[in-house]
Write a protein that binds this ligand. Structure first.
Ligand code: NAP
Length: 495
């Protein structure tokens, strides 16, 4: 079989699991005004599918459905909700290769990254299947002894989810699974660039028996026009958003009028810090992984590399060698480790950041130039000798570019890292346990990786501080975002 035939076969199988219509109230339907949206493959520029593009009327119908399903779903026994989530976990794994190929096709990531996302994304369904049956209130006596304090946990109600394009499966399951476990109903608006995976997930949830109206999916080419009316609707009780800090801020302002509960998973700018006492081989390997996962397009990707002066040259040389030799190509091809960026615009943004850094005095050690040919590819790039005040160190790069700079003291690097407006992830490489604890207490981030490249886990709380967001996803903390606490005061039964 030629490579071309293999691609065609894999593509056909992947597209077969992704419906092309809106999913509203348990039915697949076109947009009310007939609008459509083309979904392109960033590796080739070819259109993969044409799907329905929701308008405000479709979004309202989706919220109507979520509002009508709300009470029945909230009263559905936790064991039933749990088993539906567990069945969805099994089904996503059965379709794992199709889901992986679908993400590679619509987003560009190599199949190895896409398979890892299937595992990670599905795990939220399993983890929250397990958490659904452990939602508990409490009973206590008041300190004065005159009251009994009962707390009852209730689902917050219908939720709107807005997700980005970089992790099409995991960003959806990280919200849908805890919401369904808690007894909430959902309207999901996926990113316009990558809606096919969300539609495929909706089909899985439908197939395993999640009732009509509990999950509704409305991809659209006009995000604000679809979500604004929902945010103003009194029936909506929660917004959970993952995306850029700029859009998050604007959605927070809009949500204020309706006093919505909000969870905000926003941008990051993770410092990757290497001390002279670190295992340098491990630090380089972890640098490759934290930089290159998803071709650098991850909110928790290592963004800037701060290396203590005594090892900066050795670190830069080894990183240059590793990144300069990674195979680039169509993510469907075996052995490819670097796919295209998600779009031409994304590539242009990355290229501009690199040019600005070079103008500020950085030296290109490898990469740094837009290649010829189709697809929005950008080569893995190492920028050496980056001045400590260069703009690229403080901006979210969202591409395969590693700017390396040096530092002398712990205080200096901490102050530099904490100067950032955002604080999602940080990575620390050191052999000194006391230093680890000092960073855990002082580095202003929500996630700290210590001598470790991959820290995301469905059982752990993911989220940022400062302008990286509000709330946590994953772990026992993740379900709290979907629960209200009601206090019932009872008189002393012995009075
Ligand atoms: P984005 O431009 O903010 O878009 C995110 C989502 O918001 C998309 O669905 C987008 O729809 C929608 N959107 C855009 N403008 C909107 C508006 N005015 N009203 C309602 N919805 C609107 O971000 P992105 O480029 O997709 O994703 C990259 C960003 O996400 C990065 O900053 C990254 O750090 C962040 N991120 C954070 C986390 C985390 O957990 N903290 C995880 C992943 C990504 P369209 O697709 O139609 O534009």
């Amino acid at each position: 079989m030629t490579e071309q035939h293999r691609h065609a076969e894999v593509t056909a199988r992947a597209l077969a699991i992704a419906p092309t219509e809106l999913f509203v109230d348990g039915a697949w339907r076109p947009a009310a005004d007939g609008a459509t949206l083309d979904i392109a493959n960033p590796a080739t520029g070819a259109v993969l599918a044409t799907i329905a593009s929701a308008g405000p009327d479709d979004a309202r119908a989706a919220l109507d459905a979520a509002a009508s399903a709300r009470d029945d779903w909230a009263r559905t026994p936790a064991r039933t909700r749990s088993e539906l989530l567990r069945a969805a976990f099994e089904r996503v794994h059965e379709l794992g290769e199709e889901f992986a190929a679908l993400m590679t096709l619509e987003m560009g990531k190599p199949l190895t990254d896409a398979r890892a996302e299937v595992t990670y994304g599905a795990e939220f369904l399993r983890w929250y299947a397990e958490e659904a049956v452990r939602i508990n209130g409490r009973y206590a006596a008041s300190p004065e002894g005159n009251l009994r304090l009962l707390t009852v946990r209730r689902p917050v109600g219908p939720c709107l989810f807005i997700t980005p394009w970089n992790f099409p499966l995991a960003m959806a399951t990280r919200k849908i699974a805890p919401a369904l476990a808690a007894g909430c109903t959902v309207v999901l608006k996926p990113a316009a660039l990558t809606p096919l995976t969300s539609l495929a997930l909706a089909r899985v949830l439908e197939a395993v028996g999640v009732p009509a109206g509990v999950v509704n999916v409305v991809p659209t080419a006009s995000a604000g026009a679809v979500t604004d009316p929902l945010l103003a609707d009194r029936r909506l009780r929660k917004l959970s958003f993952t995306g850029s800090t700029a859009v998050g801020r604007s959605l927070l302002r809009t949500s204020a009028d309706n006093v919505l509960r909000t969870s905000m998973e926003l941008g990051g700018c993770a410092p990757f810090i290497v001390f002279e006492d670190a295992d340098l081989d491990l630090a380089v390997e972890n640098a490759v992984r934290t930089k290159m996962r998803n071709i650098g397009q991850a909110c928790n990707a290592a963004n800037s590399f701060h290396v203590q002066r005594g090892v900066v040259e050795a670190f830069t040389d080894r990183l240059t060698e590793r990144l300069g030799s990674l195979p680039i190509g169509n993510g469907l091809d075996v052995g490819v480790e670097v796919g295209p960026l998600v779009s031409e615009d994304a590539r242009a943004d990355v290229d501009t950041l690199v040019r600005d850094a070079v103008a500020a005095g950085a030296r290109v050690a490898t990469g740094g130039a837009v290649p010829e040919g189709p697809g929005s590819f950008y080569p893995p790039t190492v920028l050496a000798d980056v001045p400590a005040d260069a703009a690229i160190l403080g901006r979210e790069i969202f591409g395969p570019v590693a700017p390396v700079t040096s530092f002398d003291t712990e205080e200096e690097v901490l102050a530099r890292a904490n100067a950032s407006e955002v604080g999602l992830a940080g990575y620390l490489h050191t052999g000194d346990m006391a230093r680890v604890l000092r960073f855990a207490e002082r580095l202003e981030v929500g996630l700290l990786g210590v001598n470790s490249p991959a820290i995301s886990n469905a059982a752990a709380p993911f989220g940022g501080v400062k302008h990286s967001g509000l709330g946590r996803e994953g772990g026992p903390e993740g379900i709290e975002e979907y629960l209200e606490t009601v206090y019932v005061g009872l008189t002393d039964p012995f009075a």
